[in-house]
Design a protein around this ligand. Structure first.
Ligand code: NAP
Length: 238
């Protein structure tokens, strides 16, 4: 298979690139960090090709990605996380987070979609953070809730073209993104575990790949409670 991965220079995307390449697949690894891209190419010279990509730049994203033909699986993992201090409310922070997590993903879809064939898979990496109103997570959780809705709606419209749209909803995964967190992260998993669950979900065409399973079940159950209960619970957690 030919697999294009954004956010392949770090964390979940990097592990996916390494694991797919080790299994003999062709990987187009995308990101801004050219040193990290070169390192990936060195590990698997036959299987990984680096592609410099800044998804916040619309023109260069289109130019970089529109050339790729015959991609079987697109995994949009590039993302950023910032937490809001409500006393220093900053609208620009929402712009920064949505720029990468939502508009960046849409720019990738715009560039790649014309060349995607029937049978291909388009995978959006979201987050279980979308499920509850977590403290300080207004921008990050909001961006992931937006991408989940967009992906679900694309599942409807791209089915006509035979393109299978999937979402990934990870709990806490140990990566540079979560290494910056100062709070407790229950049921945190490794990137190897995350990669294994995502690859299995892609192989099985699972609509929403949620892991770890228990964490996902608990959050999905809580997200069905009345909104006032969810807010009360999150206040206690904060
Ligand atoms: N870690 C978790 O616990 C967790 C949980 C739920 C969901 N997620 C989601 O999983 C995805 C990967 O997260 P991670 O934990 O692996 O984070 P990470 O280690 O910080 O990696 C983030 C990746 O996004 C790329 N990126 C950021 N801004 C970019 C831009 N403007 N253009 C292109 N690429 C950009 C980075 O590459 P460059 O710097 O090279 O551009 C990097 O490869 C994200 O969408 C995140 O929201 C993570």
């Amino acid at each position: 298979m030919k697999i294009l991965i954004t956010g392949a220079t770090s964390g979940i995307g990097k592990q996916l690139a390494l694991d797919y390449a080790a299994a003999g697949h062709t990987v187009i690894a995308c990101g801004r960090n050219t040193d990290a891209l070169a390192e990936l190419e060195q590990v698997h010279p036959q299987h990984i090709a680096g592609q410099r990509l800044d998804v916040s730049d619309a023109a260069s994203t289109k130019q970089a990605l529109a050339v790729y033909q015959d991609v079987d699986v697109v995994i949009l993992s590039a993302g950023v996380c910032e937490y809001l201090d409500v006393e220093q409310f900053e609208a620009a922070m929402f712009e920064r987070v949505f720029e990468v997590n939502v508009f960046g993903m849409m720019r990738c879809v715009e560039a790649l979609l014309p060349n995607l064939q029937a049978g291909s898979q388009l995978v959006f990496v979201g987050s279980t953070a979308r499920l509850l109103p977590f403290t300080k997570a207004q921008a990050y959780g909001g961006s992931k809730a937006a991408i989940q809705y967009i992906a679900r709606s694309l599942q409807v419209d791209l089915a006509k073209r035979g393109i299978h749209v999937q979402t990934v909803s990870p709990g806490f995964v140990k990566t540079p993104m979560t290494d910056a967190n100062t709070f407790e992260m229950p049921m945190q998993v490794t990137v190897e575990f995350a990669s294994q669950r995502i690859r299995k979900g892609i192989a099985n065409k699972t609509t929403d790949i949620t892991f770890p399973t228990l964490f996902g079940w608990v959050l999905k159950f809580l997200s069905r409670l009345p909104q006032s209960w969810q807010v009360a619970l999150s206040k206690r957690l904060s």
